[in-house]
Design a protein around this ligand. Structure first.
Ligand code: ADP
Ligand code: ZN
Length: 218
């Protein structure tokens, strides 16, 4: 199964992808996580990415495409993958088609997670991360047991540098202008499955993941 997760910031792409990974036994590839890891380790890729990522802007396509291509061609992607955070514009979507065509495969499913915008802002502002194990918490939806301390490591949680209102605004603008057209591109191919994720209707990541898995088993 070759799967792409789509949806605005904070909709739960990473959480749903984590559940799908466990069920399907295929890797979860988050381009944001790969960039953040490279930034933290100070690699050449990280030095380029930090200039864009810190401001909530997209890293240039040449850099991102090359990174994804090499990742998808690793042996653990032989039986499929779950891409999270890529493609984010039409040029990347066309590049992904090319990468997969060269491998003799194609996308099976695009999982599109939809959350009301007010909820997105609230959720991203409440997001915290363990600097040690990278576990993601949410001070509204899934709080740690004590204060802002990681349940597993006992260290203080941090906020992502791009999780400020100003930078979130930039990121959402890019989503609506550049990434939504990609969803339309996939809808025309007939491979999109939409999942509503919202506290207002009490439907969160586990339900969405279950529905996606059921749809794949049909
Ligand atoms: P977001 O919460 O805004 O979706 P991510 O964690 O997915 O953020 O990505 C963090 C940052 O990494 C982005 O703001 C961007 O700078 C970079 N990035 C991630 N994926 C891509 C991509 N497909 N194309 C360009 N830049 C990307
Ligand atoms: Zn931790």
């Amino acid at each position: 199964m070759n799967i792409v997760m789509m949806g605005a910031q904070g909709t739960g792409k990473g959480t749903v992808a984590g559940i799908l990974k466990g069920e399907l036994n295929i890797p979860h590839i988050s381009t944001g996580d790969i960039f953040r890891k490279n930034i933290k380790e100070g690699t050449e890729l990280g030095k380029i990415a930090t200039k864009y990522a810190d401001e909530g802007k997209l890293v240039p396509d040449e850099v991102t495409n090359a990174m994804v291509k090499s990742r998808i061609n690793e042996p653990d992607c032989e039986n499929g993958f779950i891409l999270d955070g890529y493609p984010r514009n039409i040029a990347q979507a066309e590049e992904l088609d090319k990468i997969l065509e060269e491998k003799g495969t194609k996308l099976d499913l695009v999982a599109y997670l939809k959350t009301p915008t007010e909820e997105i802002i609230e959720r991203v502002m409440a997001r915290r991360e363990c600097p040690k194990c990278k576990r993601v918490y949410n001070m509204v939806l899934n709080k740690p047991k004590n204060g802002e301390i990681c349940d597993d490591c006992g260290v203080e949680l941090t906020k992502r540098v791009d999780d400020t209102e100003e930078k979130l605004k930039t990121r959402l603008e890019i989503f609506f202008n550049e990434t939504e057209p990609v969803i339309k591109y996939y809808k025309e191919k007939g491979i999109v499955k939409e999942e509503e994720i919202s506290i207002s209707i009490n439907r969160l990541a586990p339900e969405a993941a279950k529905d996606l898995i059921d749809s794949m088993r049909k």
